[in-house]
Design a binder for this molecule. Structure first.
Ligand code: GDP
Length: 481
């Protein structure tokens, strides 16, 4: 325990149980093969079938990716607006949208969808994607080329006539025999799967609609949600998903570690912080405080909630003003990593363990890498720090996260741990209980559909199968367990 980076003996897992392949140039993305030195070996082993499918996906992406002959040919057809049936290469284009945690979850969901539908995933780089993440696929790129011809795609939104939902509403497919083999389909379609999507957009999650979407070479997708749980409710994908993920609560854990490798500059932020403040401790605890209030805080009720949680769940030691007589009473060290937009919570915690001693003799240190005060999605260093902090949280041994926050979901998923989640306070009072351990390390889908595609009526999608349940922190959300 304690004191990584662990050297050669654990680097046997440098390929993360086979998720990664040994074909990348190491220096261009140091985190890819160094991350294993900073993490415990995951007890969750990816299925051989998942590994096989990832290799198949990599081959497809290389064949159809940007700059290939096939890509150029298909893009030309898109340019000419000419009707195309299902081509050799089909694509999902993901529009960059929302906060970084949301983007990471959406990207993983879109990748899984691409995997299930044999499509190639291309990602709109937005302002900074390439500064944050290394390329995940060998000898190709996941970045959507800047000259992608559907140049208005970034302005697609709920009301766009190009959206699948609006096309259904406007009966565009009505006379084309629907999903029949002769169906006339556009070369691209916009899928609006963001939190404000409508009932017609939600039909995306019906098998029948997927039959039609299958024929469209380009799906341009906007979302800010982890929509994986609803894919698990579709009969069409049931068997395949079960083969890919026999342990269903590991989807994001595996896909996240497969896809997201910090670039060298973000990795520098992670490594330096970890080595300076966290590595030498006997144990590391991560605390992520995310407050959804219009004022910045800090709020006393949030701090009180945190204390109530750590006391009840015995996550941090109690304190006493009594001073131990004997120096040898100080037995272990515990580093607490706090991430928050506000510095108030970690200051209070640090003071508490300075002004008092821990009753169990632990030496508690409290660190917070940044306090950016408010969300500034457009600033480059801001997102680098946010990504570095999610990653640092994922290197802790136990984790306390905040309700509703995708930032925390990313950390828990990469770590492969079930955090204690602080419930969302109402009326600025401490909830009772203050927190609970979650059922699984999977992220919560915040805006799932409640629709039975077969019966064509509403249904509680959190009560259909034992492995898709409502989330601990959001009663209407869905998560895999
Ligand atoms: P969510 O809103 O909590 O679901 O998480 P997102 O990551 O989608 O959006 C919140 C954004 O606010 C992050 O991407 C950061 O830009 C910023 N942010 C929130 N909490 C923190 C934090 O603890 N540290 C840093 N550096 N940024 C944060």
């Amino acid at each position: 325990e304690g004191g990584p980076p662990k050297s050669a003996n654990t680097s046997k897992d440098k390929l993360l149980g086979g998720l990664l392949i040994d074909e990348f140039d190491e220096s261009s993305c140091l985190s890819r093969y160094q991350s294993a030195m900073f993490r415990k070996v995951s007890p969750h082993i990816p299925s051989p079938y998942l590994l096989k499918r990832l290799r198949r996906y990599e081959a497809l992406h290389k064949k159809c990716g940007p700059g290939t002959e096939l890509y150029n040919k298909i893009v030309d057809r898109l340019n000419s607006g000419q009707y195309v049936g299902s081509a050799e290469c089909n694509y999902v284009v993901l529009i960059s949208y929302s906060g970084l945690g949301n983007r990471i979850l959406t990207l993983a969901s879109s990748f899984l969808y691409a995997l299930l539908t044999d499509r190639v995933l291309l990602v709109d780089r937005g302002g900074d994607l390439a500064d944050l993440f290394c390329e995940p696929f060998p000898e190709t790129s996941w970045l959507l080329p800047l000259d992608f011809p559907v140049n208005q795609f970034r302005s697609f939104e709920k009301e766009s006539p190009e959206s699948y939902g609006n096309m259904l509403k406007n009966n565009v497919f009505a006379n084309s025999g629907d999903a029949g083999p002769k169906a006339k389909v556009p070369p691209y379609i916009y899928l609006h799967l963001a939190h404000d999507y409508g009932d017609h957009d939600k039909l995306f999650f019906c098998d029948e609609d997927q039959l039609l979407l299958q024929k469209i070479p380009w799906l341009v997708l906007r979302s800010d949600n982890y929509f994986v749980p609803s894919l698990f409710l579709m009969p069409e994908y049931e068997e395949e998903l079960h083969r890919l993920f026999p342990q269903r609560d590991t989807v994001f854990h595996h896909l996240g570690r497969y896809l997201y490798h910090p670039t060298n500059s973000v990795w520098g932020l992670v490594k330096r912080y970890y080595l300076a403040y966290m590595a030498k401790a006997d144990e590391r605890v991560g605390i992520q405080i995310r407050v959804f209030e219009s004022e910045p805080g800090p709020f006393q009720h949030v701090f009180d909630q945190l204390l109530a949680c750590v006391r009840k769940e015995k996550l941090l030691p109690d304190v006493t003003p009594e001073e131990p007589v004997d120096l040898t009473a100080y037995i272990r060290s515990k580093a607490i990593l706090v991430t928050s937009l506000n510095s108030g919570y970690s200051e209070k915690l640090r003071n508490m363990y300075w002004e008092n001693s821990a009753t169990n003799g632990e030496i508690i240190s409290v660190y917070q890498p940044s306090h950016e005060e408010f969300q500034q999605a457009e600033k480059q260093m801001h997102n680098k720090k946010a990504w570095a902090e999610m990653y640092l949280l994922s290197l802790t041994d136990s984790l306390i996260t905040s309700a509703w926050s995708t930032f925390g979901y990313v950390a828990q998923g990469l770590a492969g741990v079930k955090p204690w989640i602080l419930f969302k306070p109402e009326n600025r009072t401490v909830p009772d209980p203050a927190c609970r351990r979650v059922m699984s390390m999977e992220p919560c889908f915040h805006a799932p559909p409640f629709y039975d595609c077969k019966a064509k009526r509403g249904v509680d999608t959190g009560a259909l199968v034992p492995y898709v349940r409502h989330c601990e922190d959001m009663s209407w959300g869905l998560k895999l367990v």
